[in-house]
Every structure is written in structure tokens, then in C-alpha cells.
Ligand binder design. Sequence first.
Ligand SMILES: Nc1ncnc2c1ncn2[C@@H]1O[C@H](COP(=O)(O)OP(=O)(O)OP(=O)(O)O)[C@@H](O)[C@H]1O
Length: 250
Amino acid sequence: MAKVYSNGQGLQSASFSVKKGEFVGVVGKSGVGKTTLMRLLCGAIFPTSGSLTIFGTQMETVKRGKLRQLRNRIATVYQNYNVIPCLDVARNVILGRLSEASWYETVRRLALPTKAENEEIRTILTKLQINEKMDERCQELSGGQQQRVAIARALYSHADMYLVDEPIASVDPTTANIILQTFQTLKQDGKTIIMNLHQLDHALKYCDRILMLDQGSVSFDGTPAEFLQSSQYARLASAENSNRRCRPYE
Ligand SMILES: Nc1ncnc2c1ncn2[C@@H]1O[C@H](COP(=O)(O)OP(=O)(O)OP(=O)(O)O)[C@@H](O)[C@H]1O
């Protein structure tokens, strides 16, 4: 498929399929089309040519109702977090599971979450080490904390597929590992994860497949071990000024 914007930029050519339960890392320089790919995969935009099938549904001909159902099976974590600043952390997380709820149920969950709902939210926030912020408004949090709230909201959705755009861009190395380990646990539960990552060492360590984009096209598709041996890895690592060869399996 391709998604070419009116200025000629975008994703020029991508051909791949992803299996249930795979953790795919999408790497590549800035501007090569990683976010465009994410937006295609969550049905926010559509290919300008070629074909895209998500959960067996062809996106070129999808009807509005079916698209809504598909989107309910996909959780997206955007680079800019998309949290609601004036709501507290718990309520931002609750938003992750409201798409199917009636108007009454939406108000009830936001105004009067049950003990079980609060406990589930607290468990997710504890995993991401941000539970002490549960009652604080998002506008009072740092960028890295807001990023973890956005991740918690995605986890609360119980989606089948997680599209995650640069989830560790604003966090310290310890938190980065916590976040990536959380997604690895999801993968073990059979969830599919497609994650844009700039940090090659983390992609090599946590993903079980690497897709590299270069100038809007897929230039590599293989395992981390194959990627590590590839000329594409060498080029990208040196371009990102990090040609320190990683040894993720040691
Ligand atoms: N809505 C748009 N209209 C026109 N051009 C766009 C649009 N969105 C992205 N582009 C262009 O498409 C190309 C790919 O952008 P995209 O955001 O997908 O890259 P990226 O790999 O995610 O970059 P980064 O790593 O910096 O986030 C870029 O050249 C960008 O300028």
C-alpha cells in the first residue's frame, strides 16, 4: 500500500503482514513514514493506492459501522500523548474503554467508577510506576508521566492490537525498560504490538521482528538478529550517531 499526501510525501510503498501475537518494531530516520504507517493501521487515514487489510477487513471498502468495530479492537498511543489535561489520571485511563459505552454508562464510569474499575486502573498504573499520580490532573504531570498515562489508557482498553508511536521518547532508561517489558507481557497474552522506536538497542532487545522504513518504503523486514547483521542496521545506527553494536542476547 501507499499513502502519498498532496505534497508527494508520505508512505510510498509498504508490503508486509503481521501475525497475531507479534511484537513488531518499526525503525527508521525521522520523516520516513512511521507515523503515517501507524495512522493507516488504526484506520485514521486510508491508502491512496494498494490494499490494506486489518483483522480480515479490507480498508478500501470498509463501512462506517465496521470501521468503528475495528477501531475498538485497536489501541493507539500517539507521540503527543493526547491526554485530557483537566481530567485526573484515573479518568483519562477510563477513557480507554468508553468507545462501546452508552451515554449513561460513560457518565457513570467517569463520575462514579466502581471499586473493581478503580482497582484495575491502579494495577495498571502501578505496573507503569505512576500509581501515586492517580488522582492528579494530567496538566500537572511531566511529559514522561503523561506518556505513561496514555499507555495506561491503551492497556485499559483490552484491545487486540496496540499501535504505539515512540513510547519511550520522554522517559528515563529505567522507565523505558518498564514500559517495554509491559508491552512484552501483553504480547505473551497474545496481543499484537506494532511500535515505532528510535532507540535501536531497545528495538533489538524487545521486539521479535523489525521493519525498517527508508524514504517511505520498507527497506528491511526480519528478526532482530538478522537486522543486527544487516547493512540497513549499520547505516541507520551510524546515521543516528549510535553505531555502538548492541548485544541484546547476552
Ligand atoms: N498530513 C500531512 N500532509 C503532508 N505531508 C505529511 C503529512 N503528514 C506527514 N507528512 C510528510 O510525510 C512524511 C512522513 O511523515 P511521518 O510523520 O509519517 O514520518 P515519521 O517517520 O513518523 O517521522 P518522525 O520519526 O519524525 O515522527 C514526512 O515527509 C512528512 O513531512
